[in-house]
Design a protein around this ligand. Structure first.
Ligand code: PLP
Length: 441
């Protein structure tokens, strides 16, 4: 590990004086790593130290760093036409929407925004307005899951089920309710995974009935909980949730912000299950985070309820940067790279190999569970395998620090308030080489 040069120290000081970093408290001593460049799955800090980025930044850089084609796509588009508001249209937005819809079997209409939080806010607004214009104006509540993360803006944070992220900003938006997600590792002893998942899905129905079904607008969920600790449901879970939604006239919103674009070994995470979401949100892997862009994909028959034949029926939502031409051009090129290099298949293959290798860690006294879907894996650490007491924060921090000292960035996820901040996470670029995989193992 190369120590800090004078030049780095001066940058660090400037950083400390001027930047309030995300999720950070004021601290005179600590400072984040200053990253200078990236190539493939690797990033290089300002002192020249190399790290394999096992988290793809924030679960986002799916095609890896240093892609010249993406830089070129942005450059060409900016030179030709830098900006068009989405009240008008432009070629990259049109081509991208058509491409995404092709990936979604032509059943959706595409609405552009800037971030995952934005995309979820748009989904909530569309769901409420849809019910109003579909003769059910009392439907305004949303149900999501504890441990889930759906974004940082007020609505998306309200849907988030992690209390520590929320309680200092309350009151948040009214009408957001939560149920527990399936956590198969911690299911009651003696209960089959299938039976347990059906039971967890039925909690949605109970909530809908207790709250009076005519007040429920939608359910929002990720195909699998990512930031809350890689909680992978049994297929019956999502299928049952969809069946409950359909029976009670509730819209099913699937948050593909992390799970989309090959992360789980399929184009979209929900493709692992026999479901057809009413609304789908996407961001991160859409552009591999080279530029900000997000999408809310809405089933066409929902869109049709926003019909000009009805007075004041249009969606009153606008944002300045959504559908930015360069971002759309980058997204198109990003998807082209994914297809050319078979990155979805590669994600499935690499994920399976990594899961198999890491599963051997299960013998270790502190490893309670190893799980994953595609190139998205979690290792749940415990103090005691019998009681499943979550590993201490210090133990988890030590492992993450040791990995970093050896050139590997990994994540830590879960839900602190429930005591589960004990899941090591791996979400590397889908473009990892076989050597990268060996290094991680
Ligand atoms: N949804 C999920 C599942 C996420 O993980 C995130 C961010 O990590 C978001 C939504 C919010 O996305 P953004 O940070 O782009 O607003």
């Amino acid at each position: 590990m190369t120590l800090e040069s004078k030049e780095t120290q001066s940058l660090v000081e400037k950083d400390r004086q001027n930047i309030w970093h995300h999720i950070s408290a004021y601290n005179e001593k600590s400072h984040p790593m200053i990253v200078s460049s990236g190539e493939g799955a690797w990033v290089i800090d300002h002192n020249g130290n190399k790290y394999l980025d096992g988290m793809s930044g924030l679960w986002a850089v799916n095609v890896g760093y240093g892609r010249e084609e993406l830089a070129q796509a942005a450059y060409d588009q900016m030179k030709k036409l830098a900006y068009v508001p989405m009240t008008q249209s432009h070629e990259p937005a049109i081509e991208l929407a058509a491409k995404l819809n092709e990936m979604l079997d032509e059943d959706y209409i595409i609405f552009y925004s800037n971030s995952g939080s934005d995309a979820n806010e748009v989904a909530f607004k569309i769901a409420r307005q849809y019910h109003q214009q579909n003769g059910e104006p009392s439907r305004y509540k949303f149900i999501s899951r504890y441990r889930a993360y759906h974004g940082s803006s007020m609505g998306a944070l309200s849907a988030t089920g992690q209390a520590l992220r929320k309680y200092k900003y309350e009151p948040l938006a009214p009408g957001f309710l939560h149920v527990a997600p399936p956590d198969n590792y911690r299911r009651p002893k003696g209960q089959s995974i299938e039976e347990y998942n059906i039971q967890r899905a039925q909690e949605f129905e109970e909530k809908i009935i207790w709250e009076q079904k005519e007040t429920i607008a939608g359910i929002i969920m990720e195909p699998l909980i990512t930031g809350g600790g890689i909680l992978i449901p049994h297929p019956v879970y999502l299928e049952k949730v969809q069946e409950i939604c359909r029976r009670h006239g509730v819209l099913l919103i699937i948050d593909e912000v992390i799970c989309g674009f090959g992360r789980t070994g399929k184009t979209f995470g929900h493709r692992h299950f026999n479901i057809k979401p009413d609304i789908i949100t996407m961001a991160k892997g859409l552009t591999s985070a080279y530029l900000p862009l997000s999408v809310t994909a809405i089933r066409k028959d929902i869109y049709e309820k926003f019909n000009t034949a009805v007075e004041n029926s249009h969606l009153r939502h606008i944002n300045t940067f959504g559908g930015n031409p360069a971002a759309c051009a980058v997204a198109l090129k990003n998807i082209e790279i994914m297809e050319k290099e078979n990155l979805v298949e590669r994600s499935a293959e690499l994920g399976e190999r990594l899961l198999k290798e890491l599963s051997s860690l299960s013998k270790h006294p502190y490893v309670g569970d190893v799980r994953g879907l595609g190139f998205l894996l979690g290792i749940e650490l415990v103090e005691n395998k019998e009681t499943k007491e979550p590993a201490s924060i210090e133990r988890v921090a030590k492992i993450i620090g040791d990995c970093k000292a050896n050139g590997l960035i990994i994540g830590k996820n879960g839900d602190t308030v429930a005591g589960f901040n004990n899941i090591l996470t791996l979400c590397p670029p889908l473009s990892c080489t076989d050597e990268d995989l060996e290094f991680m193992i």
